[in-house]
Design a protein around this ligand. Sequence first.
Ligand code: G
Ligand code: G
Ligand code: MN
Ligand code: NA
Length: 252
Amino acid sequence: LGLIRQLRQDFELNKLEVWYQPQFSLSSNKVIGCEALLRWPSGNGDYISPGIFVPLAEDAGLIVDIGQWVLEQACKLQQQFTERGLDLSVAVNVSVPQFKVSNYAELVKETILNHGVEPNKIELEVTESVVMDEINTVIETLTELKSFGVEVAIDDFGTGFSSLSYLQQLPLARLKIDRAFVKDIPDTDSGAIAELVISLGRHLGLKTIAEGVETQAQAKILKDLGCDEVQGFLLAKPMPKKELLEFLAQNT
Ligand code: G
Ligand code: G
Ligand code: MN
Ligand code: NA
């Protein structure tokens, strides 16, 4: 079976999983939310990376249905947070083809309303490739969602080939510093880019969150630079929902 047929079949058989990686405030050291990340069990105990199958699902248009399902899972988790008295947000990744659905903003609003979730506890992560694909449509869609309350973050910031002018046109809450700019801190000049993004965020009134933080040294430098939040193996890896709820019971 081709990979995409296998993926479609496994999706229909409800075999895909959503794992969650906690995100932490650098000032309070507390969990502030988590990012939803797809996992595709290969059948022999390990997982095919979303880095491999998400691009295929995007090409096949399958990401539209999968992405909607991920959003529903995120809303269900957020409901559980609220039931447990946890004030935490859930971030989901959104791909280009999802924005091409004519009523994408309506669909997101409806999904959030149907789950009785507070819109500002759901964050959409969009990459620069999403933003640059059809900038006017994307601005319109995200502006509508922002006025509903949904938060928007730019994912993998600095890795795309975009101009910076869109930053002022989008209703953003957060810049996510890509792990490429975090990984060599404090050994190389890549820290200079993290510093630049943090400073840019501050000037634009946006929060900054660093991804891929693996060492205490990185966390300390990022904090000293004024970065607001971190996500990375140092603090917590992506984990299944059951483990996440256990982790939060211990860590909130
Ligand atoms: O979890 P991991 O680091 O392996 O993810 C690799 C890539 O897959 C990341 O760029 C991430 O944004 C993407 N990805 C993970 N889950 C989703 C999802 O639900 N939707 C989309 N569009 N991309 C995802
Ligand atoms: O592109 P995006 O930011 O959505 O991807 C997030 C991906 O980064 C997830 O697949 C997650 O597994 C991975 N990730 C999260 N924290 C770390 C980390 O500290 N180190 C490394 N190498 N990868 C990480
Ligand atoms: Mn992401
Ligand atoms: Na990223």
